[in-house]
Write a protein that binds this ligand. Structure first.
Ligand code: NI
Length: 160
């Protein structure tokens, strides 16, 4: 496994549309392992492949110590709306309030190419949507209603 560099604000790759994954080989598995290691090292709760310079539809998400890998993810259902604070590993130190559906259902593939479905609410729902947005070149700053002031940021913990 290897740590990858996280692309930061202003990197044009963060705005590129990604292509679907079609080969579920050892190269993909290596990439997924690297993404997970990079996410943990950066203390993030989610990471999308474009954030490490790979323009493919791959996301990883952390739910405490459990890790989810979703290839070619797609939101197939969403419900409600919640406004909550978000950050992004590509925007260190920046946080804002973002409205998003409260619950989503996502379909995709696992690392072997098998169909998976994930239902998320609360933080998981938010992280799923944030990471899937990355795959379309959409960043949380595009959806922010209000950025947090430095004293508000002090109270926060992890970032997506
Ligand atoms: Ni992000």
């Amino acid at each position: 496994m290897a740590l990858r560099n996280i692309r930061k604000q202003g990197d044009p790759l963060l705005r590129q549309k990604t292509v679907p994954v079609s080969r579920f080989n050892s190269q993909l598995h290596q990439l997924l392992d690297d993404m997970i290691e990079t996410m943990f090292k950066a203390e993030g709760i989610g990471l999308a492949a474009p954030q490490i310079g790979i323009s493919k539809r791959i996301i990883v998400i952390r739910d405490e110590d459990k890790v989810m890998e979703i290839i070619n993810p797609e939101i197939i259902e969403s419900e409600g709306e919640i406004i909550d604070v978000e950050g992004c590993l590509s925007f260190p130190g920046l946080y804002g309030e973002v409205p998003r559906p409260a619950r989503v259902e996502v379909k995709g593939l696992d690392r072997t190419g098998r169909d998976i479905k994930i239902s998320g609410q609360g933080l998981i729902s938010r992280v799923l949507q944030h990471e899937i947005d990355h795959l379309h070149g959409i960043l949380f700053i595009d959806k922010v209603l209000r950025f947090l002031a430095p004293e508000e940021i002090k109270k926060l913990g992890e970032k997506a």
